[in-house]
Design a protein around this ligand. Structure first.
Ligand SMILES: Nc1ncnc2c1ncn2[C@@H]1O[C@H](COP(=O)(O)OP(=O)(O)OP(=O)(O)O)[C@@H](O)[C@H]1O
Ligand SMILES: [Mg+2]
Length: 285
């Protein structure tokens, strides 16, 4: 597999055909998001996220770690706009034009942002009685007219792309199967296809391997890593330090709503892990 250093000067040729080919040289240091002094409180209680600051660059694969209740899921929800920020800025850097604060978006603009900053939820959020292909196509809804989406009319182009994505993730044989009959690993792959069909520049994944066996875990992490190598920035909440060290280019450690580590996963020392997990450290792997 090509590593990042080798990829610097070339246009990726081994890219899955379903993802747009990108030029790493152009993308490498491209800032896609800047989070500044972000706070989040629920119901006027004390903040769950306090003064969160970080920049995100194209193609990074960021593992977010921290004990249960630290604020990892909240961070993803606020970035994607599912939960409104209490204060602070989330600056999006579009390919053309000035950065804009997506934390203030509402209505249609917010929906557009949610497509650009796709999210894979822990419980997959598939429609159980619909088939796999339709579940993937549902990702296109925000870009489809209301009438067409009401009758689930999707363009040939969308269908072809959904099929390509399913093929890439070895899910094509299940395309017409109801989502409710899939295994956890298969559901997760469908959820990834549904997020990718929106052409996101950022992909957020909240504990995507929480309910998977080791083989499916490695498979899903490999897919997310491939996605990030195509220039899409991936932020993934994980409870496994091993997975962060194996697959992520960067780790962000959160404790009580504050970032206490942001850097290369190789630099996650026992001391830092102890600060992040306290006595729960013995349960980590
Ligand atoms: N919708 C909500 N309303 C009120 N409080 C919430 C809501 N969502 C999360 N919280 C609270 O915010 C805090 C952080 O929760 P969050 O789910 O972000 O943690 P987490 O790091 O993802 O934990 P876990 O590892 O268990 O998933 C917790 O105290 C939680 O109870
Ligand atoms: Mg969580």
């Amino acid at each position: 597999m090509m590593n990042r250093a080798q990829a610097q000067n070339v246009i990726i040729e081994h890219a899955p055909a379903v993802l747009p080919k990108v030029n790493y040289l152009r993308l490498q240091n491209k800032k896609v998001l800047s989070v500044k002094h972000l706070y989040k409180s629920y119901n006027n209680h004390s903040p769950v996220l306090s003064d969160i600051n970080f920049d995100l660059h194209a193609g990074e694969m960021v593992g977010v770690i921290g004990r249960s209740g630290a604020g990892k899921s909240t961070l993803l929800h606020v970035l994607n706009g599912t939960h409104p920020a209490t204060s602070g800025e989330i600056l999006d850097y579009p390919d053309v034009g000035m950065p804009r604060d997506v934390a203030v978006l509402r209505g249609r603009e917010l929906n557009r942002w949610r497509s650009k900053c796709g999210m894979i939820f822990q419980d997959f959020c598939l429609v159980p009685r619909l088939d796999v292909l339709t579940n993937v196509l549902l990702g296109r809804l925000s870009q489809t007219s209301t009438l067409k989406s009401l009758f689930k009319v999707f363009s040939q182009e969308d269908r072809a792309r959904a099929i390509d994505l399913l093929e890439w993730l070895n899910m094509l044989p299940h395309a017409l199967q109801r989502a409710e009959n899939l295994s956890g690993g298969q559901m997760q792959r469908v959820a990834i296809c549904r997020a990718l069909i929106q052409n996101p520049s950022i992909l957020l994944a909240d504990e995507p391997v929480a309910s998977l066996d080791p083989k499916n875990t490695q498979r899903i992490m490999r897919v997310l890593s491939d996605v990030s190598e195509q220039g899409i920035s991936v932020i993934v909440n994980l409870h496994s330090i091993d997975l962060v060290k194996t697959y992520c280019t960067r780790a962000i450690g959160i404790a009580k709503g504050e970032i206490i580590f942001d850097g290369n996963p190789a630099l996650l020392t026992d001391d830092i892990l102890h600060k992040l997990y306290g006595d729960e450290i013995s349960q980590l792997h």
